[in-house]
Each structure stands twice: as C-alpha cells, then as structure tokens.
Ligand binder design. Structure first.
Ligand SMILES: Nc1ncnc2c1ncn2[C@@H]1O[C@H](COP(=O)(O)OP(=O)(O)O)[C@@H](O)[C@H]1O
Ligand SMILES: [Mg+2]
Length: 402
C-alpha cells in the first residue's frame, strides 16, 4: 500500500489521536469502557460519523459488536457476525482492510443489518484489529454520512489505532481470566472448609454411634462378668468372650474411622487393586471388579474409592445381595464408576427425601452426593425393589470439563 503524503496538520492530528488512544486504553482494564472510549475518540479525530468495534470471541468463531459511538452504543453485545459475514466478517477472514467509497450495496461483501442503519452512511473503512504477535482480536470500522475518498494514510492511521487497542484487549481479557480464576479459587477454598466440617461431623458421628456404643456395651459385659466370677464362672467366661468380641469390633471401627480420613491402600496398591481388595472385604457376597488400569489424580481416586466403599457397605447392610459389581471406566474427559448389586433394592425417592441435607443421619448417600458435587461431578441412583440397586458416579477429569 502506498502511503499518502501527510500534511503537517494531518501529522499533528495523527499524533494527537494516537496519544489519546494510549491514554484511553491505559485508563483501566474494563474492556467495554476502553472500546467505547476508543470508538468515540476515533470518530472525533478522524472526522468520521460513527465507529464500531467488533471483537472476535475467545473461540475465534464470531464477531460481536462491543463498542460503538452514539446512537449505536446501546447495541454493544447485541450484534453478532460470523467470520466471512458482511464487510467486517470479510476483513476478519482475510486480515486485510476494506475501503468502500460509495454504493456499498453493490459490494458483494456488504450485508445489510437493519439496526446499524447502513442506508444513512455512504463511505466506510474497516480494518482488522491485530496484536503485535499477529493474533486477530477483532475489527474496527468507521463510516461517514457524506461520500469520502479515504486515503491510504487514513487506513494506516486506523490500523495503528487498532494495533494499540489490540494490546489493551488482550490485557483486559487476561485480567478477566485471572479474576475468574481467583473467584473459582475462592469458591474452592470455601468448599474445602465445608468439606472439612463435613469430615469432622462424619468422624464425630462414627465415634459417637459406633465406637462409644461398643465401649458402653463392653463395660456392661465386663461388669456382668465381674459379678458372675464368684458364683458362676461359666457365665463370667461367656461375658468375657462377648467383651472380647466387642473390643475387637471397637478396634475395627476405630481403624475404619481413621481410614475414613485417608485411604492408605490407594497409595500402596493404586485404585484398581484397592477396589479389588475392597471387594474381598465383603465375604457376604461376591464382588466383581471391571476396571482398566489408569492413573488418575489423587483426589479423584480417593473420591472413587470412598464412593465404592460406602456403596458396598450399603449392599452389605441393606441389600441381602448375592453379588455386586464395580465398573470403572475412563472416557475422554471424565471417569465413571458404577456399583451395582442384585439385592432387595429400595425406593430411591423416599430414601433421598428422608436423608435431605437437614437430616441428622447418613454420611451415606448424601455424603456420596456431596462429594460428587464438590468435584463438579454427579451421583445418580437407580433401584427397583426386588431387582437390585445401581449407584453411578461421573467425575470430570479436569475442572474445566465441568
Ligand atoms: N444397595 C442398597 N440396597 C438396598 N437399599 C439400599 C442400598 N443402598 C441404600 N439403601 C437404602 O437407602 C438408605 C439410605 O442409605 P445411606 O444414606 O447410606 O444410610 P444408611 O446406610 O446409614 O442407612 C438405607 O437405609 C437403605 O434403606
Ligand atoms: Mg450407608
């Protein structure tokens, strides 16, 4: 492109525009403010009547009007164009400016958008907004009511403005992404605190309902044994034997309450072998494990293991099943765990209602669901009385896959 000769007055104007653009884009990180401000400056300084700034969305698929001078400023966010659609779409697709001096409707690139009132404007220039590294981030257009022969210098000036704005757009987007991330981290921290509280409640529940209960009975049997020693050694021996059983059970429960905090077996064996070993700890029914070996992030392995554990405990406690099956599969962006049994089944809706968030019981089903949601996943239950139960857990492999 040959550059038209710039007169002294033009050069002065150019410098003024560019320095004011720099001022506008340095004023803050609010993208829409920057774009509206730039549009206004451009029309004032280039002697044009309106200016539109269209931004490419982050997927690079659509152009969206984000900045415009009055009376079009209210349309920001409301007009979208595909790449290749209209003059702006053409500029985005080709990365080259377009100048139309008159008779737009005869130009095959032109597309009439009623809200933008093209019939009121005669000449236009459209330039790509490109970052110093060559990334297209949008398109900047100016229009004039009266016919105007835009010179190469005008186009160059607009390209310089677009170049400055491009950097500001990238900064603002980066800033937005950081702010989103920070918000996500805050939400995560809050969930962690809730999770910790939940874990303390679970532990307190296990100690209160399980372990202390056993110790109370243990005390009772030991007293009975003590009373019986002088007169009836056989009864005393029987009470002592019961006390031994209870001490053993209390020990088991203590272990499982502690293991509830962190399953060491995962570190020792990995997830698949841990699930198999979990299966063997339920001799009451046969447990089959179908799982492909694959390493998953630690926190997901813990969640999967815990869910399988609680589900199998439910099978043992409630289902009278002959067999159960654990299936673990990893798809592109998520992991699926399914625990099914051939037992009694139950009425899921009724059970969920009676174990709502306010219900004091059950770290069981509600706990499993909470854990799933905390990780951005989903837990579903299906059960038919008389025909068994299936618990399904789906977890996203990365937080962004939610
Ligand atoms: N596999 C299953 N087979 C039959 N009933 C089940 C099964 N899993 C859960 N249930 C029913 O759902 C209820 C809620 O389970 P859960 O929340 O784990 O609490 P808990 O096991 O402490 O009773 C159980 O009391 C039981 O009636
Ligand atoms: Mg349970």
């Amino acid at each position: 492109m040959t550059r038209a000769r710039i007169t002294g007055a033009d050069a002065e104007r150019e410098v003024e525009l560019l320095s004011r653009v720099i001022e506008t884009i340095s004023a803050g990180l609010e993208l829409d403010v920057i774009l509206q401000g730039t549009a206004k400056l451009v029309t004032e300084t280039t002697d044009t009547d309106v200016c539109f700034v269209h931004l490419l969305d982050e997927q690079g698929r659509m152009l969206q009007l984000r900045g415009a001078t009055p009376p079009f400023d209210g349309l920001a966010g409301k007009i979208e164009l595909g790449i290749g659609e209209g003059v702006s779409g053409w500029v985005a697709a080709h990365g080259q400016p377009a100048v139309i001096v008159d008779d737009k409707t005869a130009d095959p690139r032109y597309r009439y958008i009623p809200a933008l009132r093209g019939e009121e404007f005669t000449s236009m220039v459209s330039v790509p907004i490109v970052t110093p590294l060559g990334h297209l981030v949008g398109v900047l257009n100016v229009h004039t009511r009266l016919r105007r022969e835009f010179a190469a210098a005008d186009v160059d000036l607009l390209r310089s403005v677009a170049g400055l704005v491009a950097g500001a757009i990238e900064n603002a987007r980066l800033h937005q992404r950081l702010a989103d991330r920070e918000a996500a981290l805050e939400a995560f921290a809050e969930q962690m605190v809730q999770w910790q509280e939940h874990e303390s409640r679970r532990l307190a529940g296990e100690i209160h309902d399980g372990i202390s209960q056993r110790i109370v009975s243990l005390f009772f049997h030991l007293s009975a044994a003590a009373d019986a020693i002088p007169g009836d050694p056989a009864v005393a021996a029987e009470q002592v034997a019961r006390a031994q059983d209870l001490a053993g059970a209390a020990l088991d429960e203590t272990r499982s309450a502690i293991a509830g905090l962190r399953p060491p077996v995962l570190d020792d064996l990995g997830l698949v072998a841990s699930l198999e070993s979990l299966g063997y700890s339920f001799p009451q029914f046969d447990v089959q494990v179908e799982a492909a070996q694959s390493r998953l992030p630690e926190h997901l392995e813990t969640a999967l293991y815990r869910t399988a554990q609680e589900a199998l405990q439910n099978v043992a406690k409630h289902a009278s099943a002959k067999s159960a099956r654990i299936r673990l599969s990893v798809a592109a962006d998520r992991v699926l765990l399914e625990i099914s049994d051939d037992g009694d089944g139950f009425d899921v809706t009724a059970a969920v209602r009676s174990t709502g968030p306010a219900a004091p019981t059950g770290f069981g089903l509600p706990g499993m669901r909470e854990r799933a949601e905390l990780l951005g996943g989903r837990l579903t239950l299906s059960s038919v009385p008389g025909r068994g139960t299936t618990v399904r857990l789906a977890l996203p492999l990365s937080p962004s896959a939610q």
